[in-house]
Design a protein around this ligand. Structure first.
Ligand SMILES: [Zn+2]
Length: 316
């Protein structure tokens, strides 16, 4: 089975991102409809409110030449086959395609505009960097975390009610990674397409092998654990991947709390409240993923948490 071990080749994380700077001046390209233009303006306003100008280089560069196209139906190639999607962004051509059915829904286009604002293509080496995802012809890593965080920002910046959000499982996972990394730093890394330094930050609380496995598992759960994929032929691995993601999150967060307790930057009571809150979110993750053995997940996690919390010497 593909995911039974870490394959160094498929988990290669590139360090060097090409930087093409442009002045931070809003220069919107041509050929947009009135509705698209209004949404781009609204999107820009929200970005300015939330994100420092120095992290909007990808936005200012890409918006100049962005193309938006409406299609009857859009299909995405994934490991599990062709998936019908509502919208898609191609970093190498700087192009958004929106399904005609969804072209009037602003939250579909704004999701794709987040991808545009966090993407850069290394055309010479045929590599795309998009938020926390890196891809070439042969390799791709980080798409699960990237979709989750993209939708988290979409929901946060535009106050989306939860029933309108996509990638709900990946969104919560991304929010828990944000708790570990810190909101400001995570946003900065995202808009600079910097998976490499996200991994470096996570290495304070875990190791490289575990981090890569976490990213692969999230990618796998994105590809195979979705409602619109009728059947996964690796059902058992779905549960294993889900369980491993839970453990990675808990373990990294506990290591973070441990460091904070040692440095006296947090009180034990505060640590126990934070950890309880974090675990509550982990327990809710299973509500948003189909095809997993929930009882196995629950039993396994309970034991794991009990064991790990002992190290902290706090009560939860
Ligand atoms: Zn997306």
């Amino acid at each position: 089975m593909k995911l039974s071990g870490i394959d160094e080749k498929t988990t290669f994380i590139r360090e060097t991102i090409p930087i093409i700077k442009v002045p931070p001046i809003l220069d919107i390209g041509q050929d947009f409809t009135k509705r698209e233009l209004q949404l781009i303006q609204k999107f820009y306003y929200q970005l300015q409110n939330h994100i420092e100008t120095k992290n909007l280089n990808n936005f200012y560069r890409n918006i100049k030449t962005l193309k938006i196209e409406e299609n009857n139906s859009i299909y995405l190639h994934s490991d599990s086959g062709e998936i019908k999607v509502n919208g898609i962004y191609y970093p190498s051509t700087n192009e958004i395609r929106i399904s005609k059915l969804y072209s009037k829904k602003p939250y579909i286009l704004s999701h794709e505009l987040f991808h545009m604002s966090s993407s850069i293509s290394d055309l010479k080496n045929d590599y795309d960097f998009s938020g926390f995802c890196q891809s070439s012809e042969e390799n791709q890593i980080g798409s699960g975390l990237d979709e989750g965080y993209t939708e988290l920002l979409n929901a946060r910046f535009f106050n989306l009610p939860s029933q309108l959000t996509a990638y709900r499982y990946e969104l919560v996972v991304a929010s828990l990674i944000e708790e570990i990394v810190g909101k400001k730093e995570m946003q900065t890394l995202y808009f600079n397409s910097d998976l490499f330094n996200l991994v470096k930050t996570l290495e304070f609380y875990s190791n490289l092998r575990e981090i890569k496995l976490f990213l692969i598992n999230i990618d796998y759960l994105l590809d195979y654990g979705h409602n619109n994929i009728p059947f996964s032929n690796n059902k058992e691995y779905l549960t294993i991947a889900f369980d491993e993601v839970n453990k990675f999150l808990i373990n990294s967060y506990i290591n973070k709390l441990k460091i904070s307790l040692q440095n006296n930057t947090i009180m034990p009571i505060e640590a126990s409240i934070k950890l309880s809150f974090f675990i509550k979110k982990i327990n809710k993750l299973k509500e948003n993923k189909i095809g997993i053995d929930k009882k196995y997940i629950d039993d396994n996690l309970k034991e794991y948490i009990k064991d790990k919390v002992k190290v902290l010497k706090i009560k939860i």
